[in-house]
Design a protein. Structure first.
Length: 702
């Protein structure tokens, strides 16, 4: 008999079932059996299953009247225990599919570490995607760590020892049955194995059970997560409790938003169910106030739980004459913002991935339909003028007018486009939040980013990069759309002549973007130096001389928090230091400048992934790799993703790279292009158009 039993419940999937079954036929691990349970399909799903069973004896088909996925899974489990000698069980949904090495790697992990569950990463997709390189990276984690950092509430994407289901079956009649029981199984174990590769492709159908328009049938999801939160509160692990709080509050927030947008229930029902969910959220805020404040997300959910109190606060706080306030509501400002508002945010101000989206909306004339407002670094709303100047909306106003404008702006904000956390007090149930991020992370950011629940959609540079962003930003993978980063469109444009800006006649310009190490604000990594390679002045002088000899200028833009005065104060002619003021002075964006350079030097910065689109030589300084691996660590497998870069461990090797660039030698072009196409959606320069189309489509639907 087979080593693995793969259980597949089948219902109304004639469009997708062949893709699922073909992916099983393509498995490199062939010692498996597939148990297909047709749950009363009225289309051709059952007939297709029978077709595959006739072709391959490993496929076993059963038919039952429609009773739901849980009953189908339970039937298959009962059959496996009664008729099969298999030692392991896996679940695959019939509209999903798996990587050819799915069973092989999960089996290798579960046997290598002698655990009862192995788990792989997933890719959420709405269409076909290309397969990616596999590194076979696997390791073991505790149950607490798995829940806090690697948790997925689904039974698919995993391999189980058969003993896990001796006394466990799926609850009947729920559409979120996995959420209700998976955590119980997890915490019955000490450890599980992780295969850190996305091997399961989760197809997000608009008509799927978990993606359909909100109805009361989705309420059990709230109860399931609430039960997890109750368990976590008594479990004794703060990381587990923190993750349960994030997830439970996030689900409440998402369902409240879905209720408002649903066309399947009446207005009275919307109010009734919203009130019911807000009460649950209030109870959580009351019971876990200190924990939520420690996580920095209490203020994100308080407006959602107490919308009336927040509106009254913005409207009336600090005023003795409410009647005068109501009279003031007739002022011209309210008439100006009678159209819905889109709020933009970035760091630095008016930059990063947000700026191209804003510029594209302006180009399309959307300023006539929406009021386009920026939040600056101080948290103030401002208008960005065509000449680059800004007009403050609230600053220098008397308290009364300030309150009126703030209240009006909050209530008119229909969408937020951001790269960071917002400080602006909008109503989450009326606002759709689009998170653009700072790029695909290379170094670990898991301790710096959280999903406070207000993010509706997030963007990734590619399908392969989405799971990385999801894990590192702590944002559910189902929220990601892989459309490419808007700021990267510049790499499809022709370079500009930057030599006059730099006042140089050098034949080559190499830009150097090091990531942070020792910072001026006290934060630091495990690295001992502020800059890599040129630890001291002598090394810097040696590099400067070599650059001068081959008519090359190195333009070094350190991290804004980095203290590089030791080298900068030398005033070297061929190692030039710049900062953000350089781009402002010359009216050029950072990425347009980078695209116009002849090569790049970087290290563990996400700009490496973006610069691959320039199709020019890249070097990475690798001298403090092991120190950086300890703290903060890496989000990706460097052996795979850094194959397109020249590794530099000392000043002699850096000088060699400079000489190669000066001589026009580019030895890693082919390798670089493979990685480029993996981590970037496209090279067509239309990422911004796709993102804006996506945003407008979601706003129109809501």
């Amino acid at each position: 008999m087979a080593a693995i039993s793969v259980i597949i419940p089948v219902y109304q999937v004639e469009k997708y079932i062949r893709r699922c079954l073909d992916s099983l036929l393509a498995q490199t691990f062939s010692d498996f059996e597939a148990i297909l349970v047709d749950d009363g399909s009225t289309d051709q799903s059952g007939a297709i299953c029978e077709e595959y069973a006739r072709k391959d004896p490993r496929f076993v088909v059963f038919h039952q009247k429609n009773q739901g996925q849980s009953v189908a899974r339970n039937y298959a489990l009962d059959w496996v225990y009664a008729n099969s000698d298999s030692r392991y069980i896996s679940f695959v949904d019939s509209d999903d599919w798996v990587h050819p090495k799915y069973l092989e790697l999960l089996y290798e992990a579960i046997t290598r570490f002698s655990v009862k569950i192995s788990q792989c990463g997933i890719v959420r997709t709405t269409g076909p995607i290309s397969e990616h390189a596999i590194t076979n990276k696997m390791f073991c984690v505790t149950a607490d760590d798995a829940y806090a950092n690697w948790f997925t509430a689904y039974f698919w994407g995993k391999l189980y020892h058969k003993s896990c289901f001796e006394s466990l079956r799926f609850p009947v009649g729920q559409i979120f049955e996995d959420v209700a029981i998976w955590y119980k199984l997890l915490f019955s174990l000490d450890q599980i194995a992780i295969v850190d590769e996305p091997l399961h492709y989760y197809y997000q159908r608009q008509d799927g059970a978990t993606n359909s328009v909100w109805t009361p049938k989705k309420l059990p999801q709230i109860d399931a997560w609430a039960a997890q939160l109750e368990f976590a509160s008594t479990h004794g692990s703060m990381p587990v409790l923190n993750q349960a709080l994030r997830r439970c509050c996030g689900v409440l927030r998402n369902q409240l938003s879905e209720i408002q947008r649903s066309n399947a229930i009446s207005i009275a029902e919307k109010e009734r169910y919203s009130k019911q969910l807000r009460k649950k959220l209030k109870d959580i805020l009351r019971q876990y106030e200190s924990e939520l404040k420690h996580l920095g997300i209490y203020s994100d959910y308080f407006p959602l739980a107490h919308p009336v109190r927040i509106k009254l606060y913005h409207l009336l706080t600090g005023f003795k004459n409410p009647r005068k306030l109501l009279t003031g509501c007739k002022n011209g400002f309210l008439r100006m913002i009678s159209k819905p508002t889109i709020l933009f945010e970035s760091v630095p101000d008016f930059a990063d991935n947000t700026r191209p989206v804003y510029d594209e909306m302006v180009r399309r004339g959307l300023g006539k339909r929406f009021c386009l407002v920026w939040e600056d670094r101080s948290g103030e709303p401002v208008i960005l003028n065509a000449d680059g100047s800004v007009t403050s909306i609230l600053r220098d106003l008397k308290p009364l007018k300030r309150r009126i404008r703030l209240w009006s702006l909050c209530n008119r904000t229909t969408a937020i486009v951001c790269c960071n956390r917002l400080r602006f007090p909008t109503d989450p149930t009326k606002t759709t939040v689009f998170y653009l991020s700072h790029g695909t992370p290379m170094k670990s950011t898991r301790n710096y980013y959280t999903d406070p629940g207000y993010i509706d959609y997030a963007f990734a540079a590619s399908e392969q990069a989405a799971p990385i962003c999801s894990r590192e930003f702590n944002i559910s993978l189902e929220k990601f759309a892989a459309l490419g980063f808007p700021r990267n469109d510049v790499f499809a444009e022709a370079p500009v002549d930057i030599r006059p800006m730099l006042n140089t006649d050098c034949a080559k310009v190499i830009v150097w973007y090091p990531t942070y190490r020792q910072q001026k604000d006290g934060k630091q990594t495990a690295c001992a130096h502020a800059l890599s390679i040129i630890y001291d002045q002598q090394a810097a002088i040696e590099l400067d001389r070599a650059a001068a000899a081959c008519s090359t200028l190195l333009v070094l833009k350190p991290h804004f928090a980095q203290d590089v005065s030791l080298i900068r104060d030398l005033g070297l002619k061929h190692i030039r230091f710049i900062d953000d003021s350089f781009f402002i002075e010359h009216k050029i964006s950072s990425y347009r400048f980078v695209n116009s350079c002849d090569a790049m030097i970087t290290d563990y910065s996400s700009i490496y992934f973006d610069y691959l689109l320039a199709d020019k030589p890249v070097a990475v300084t690798w001298d403090d790799l092991e120190e950086y691996r300890k703290d903060p660590g890496f989000a990706v497998d460097l052996d795979v993703y850094m194959n397109g870069a020249v590794k530099v461990y000392n000043v002699e090797e850096l000088i060699s790279f400079v000489r190669d660039v000066a001589a026009g030698r580019d030895t890693l072009k082919a390798e670089r292009r493979v990685i480029r196409d993996t981590v970037n959606y496209s090279t067509d320069g239309k990422n911004t158009e796709r993102v804006v189309d996506f945003i407008l489509d979601k706003l129109i639907r809501t």
